[in-house]
Write a protein that binds this ligand. Structure first.
Ligand code: AMP
Length: 454
């Protein structure tokens, strides 16, 4: 299946070719025909699946076809609402890339910065508006934005929109949108509240689901390090110093924690920057740019600030803290292994985080391979499984090998998912499928990944 087979027009095909997109991703293959057919869509998918192109390409194509004879100042024909500034910027960048030969333009508006540049762009006339909810309503109230010509509307990352308390803003927006429109609704998770919200927006939608397991198990190699809270920073430094990698994205649960990690890394001359909600928009953008340009090796982020961070060839994600919401784990590791790239996601887990780990493994239906030998290994005490009926299964892992070599236990709940990767899935790990200890010598995970990953 190619983009041409999906009925994409030449000016967009040319742009996709320039981006090096040879084949549509599964969500694109499934969604594009529905959207070109002008049907509403309910998409259960996370970032990293190619979701942005899945919704923006058909919108650009419709606008191009609708607009052939449009004269005068452009009116907003498509509205894309997304929870964070970073995501909004990224969606805007992608729309610019896909729409450049079709002369479909866009602008991005978000809070935390002066509005003058944004209002100027709006005054000049635009086809697609990408916005975060607060600034959008603000500029609508000030009379800078009219949505009366909107024919295409996308609500992106709806679950995060609700988590961030945007429900009232969203309801206000929906009430002013023209009734005749095509609506698209995306969320990584579909709890009842999201389904209810989707029903207030969509007509009779077609549904597309890209399961989180597909995103995690197929492309991202995952590894788990049991480590005490106090040794986490030492382990992080150890891993960063050991690996020949250009970019590491580290997730911290708190803003304070993120700042602390930056300071501790600075002491050992590892250049790191933090992005989180307490940083100004300018500082966040600068940190992100430095990271994308490879000027900063390590970016420490909290979940909200990192939503949708898109760094091509991001090799490694480290969960310094495990998230308490299992879906967040899927979102986080989706930062690496984007589209066709493979990536590695390492998680640190201390004793208090074992419950989070259990929930994550349940969601992804996979037991994350454990790196058993590392200089800061914590004793493993597995959580009770159904079979053990509440009895704690104690499993002592030998930690006598305190060299930099580590070994990995891979257990897939009896299922072998490594074959999904065409044999490449856990190629850096010594794996067994039964949860038995690996005896296969040293772990390349701590060695040279580059040569391994070729
Ligand atoms: P998204 O899920 O929209 O955040 O996209 C994740 C990444 O995949 C972005 O870096 C896109 O540029 C890239 N991407 C999207 N579609 C394709 C494709 N068909 N082929 C290659 N890369 C893609």
């Amino acid at each position: 299946m190619t983009f041409k087979d999906l009925g994409i027009i030449d000016p967009i095909l040319k742009a996709l070719e320039a981006e090096g997109y040879t084949h549509p991703t599964p969500i694109q293959e499934q969604s594009i025909p529905i959207l070109l057919d002008r049907k509403d869509l309910l998409g259960c998918a996370q970032t990293g699946t190619g979701k942005t192109a899945a919704f923006s390409i058909p919108i650009i194509q419709h606008i191009y076809n609708d607009n052939k004879h449009e004269n005068g100042r452009r009116k907003i024909k498509a509205l894309i609402v997304t929870p964070t500034r970073e995501l909004a910027i990224q969606i805007g960048e992608n729309c610019s890339k896909y729409g450049k030969y079709a002369s479909v333009n866009n602008t991005v508006i978000f809070g935390g910065v002066k509005q003058s540049t944004q209002t100027r762009a709006l005054r000049n006339g635009i086809d697609i508006l990408v916005a975060t909810p607060g600034r959008l309503l603000d500029l609508m109230n000030q009379g800078y934005i009219s949505l009366k010509d909107v024919k295409y509307c996308v609500l992106d990352e709806a679950d995060h929109m609700l988590d961030m308390g945007f429900i009232h803003d969203i309801n206000k927006l929906i009430s002013v949108l023209p009734k005749q429109r095509q609506s698209l609704f995306f969320s990584a998770t579909m709890p009842k509240s999201i389904i209810k919200l989707s029903q207030s927006i969509l007509g009779t939608p077609k549904k597309v689901t890209i399961k989180p397991e597909q995103a995690t198990a197929e492309k991202v190699e995952q590894a788990l390090y049991y480590v005490s809270k106090k040794s986490k920073t030492k382990l992080l430094i150890h891993l960063i110093q050991q690996k020949e990698i250009d970019t590491v994205l580290v997730f911290s649960r708190t803003k304070h924690g993120a700042n602390k990690i930056v300071k501790q890394l600075a002491k050992v001359k590892i250049k790191a920057e933090a992005i989180h909600g307490n940083k100004s928009q300018g500082a966040r953008q600068r940190a992100l740019e430095n990271f994308k340009n490879r000027d900063t090796k390590v970016l420490i982020a909290t979940d909200i600030a990192a939503r949708g961070i898109d760094v091509s060839q991001l090799e490694l994600v480290i969960n310094f803290d495990l998230p308490n919401v299992p879906e967040t784990y899927v979102h986080r590791i989706g930062r690496t292994g984007r589209a066709k790239n493979s990536g590695i996601a390492i998680s640190f887990c201390n004793i208090e985080e074992r419950t989070y780990l259990r929930d994550i493994q349940k969601l992804i239906d996979l037991k994350i391979p454990v790196v058993t030998k590392h200089p800061f290994a914590d004793e493993i005490e597995e959580l009770p499984t159904k079979k053990s009926k509440g009895k704690r299964q104690k499993k002592h892992i030998r930690t006598e090998d305190r060299s930099s070599n580590s070994s990995v236990n891979k257990s897939n709940n009896g299922k072998s998912k490594s074959s999904d990767n065409g044999g490449s899935g856990n190629r850096n790990f010594n794996s067994t499928n039964s949860g038995k200890r690996s005896t296969g010598g040293s772990d390349n995970h701590s060695g040279n990944w580059r040569s391994e990953r070729r």
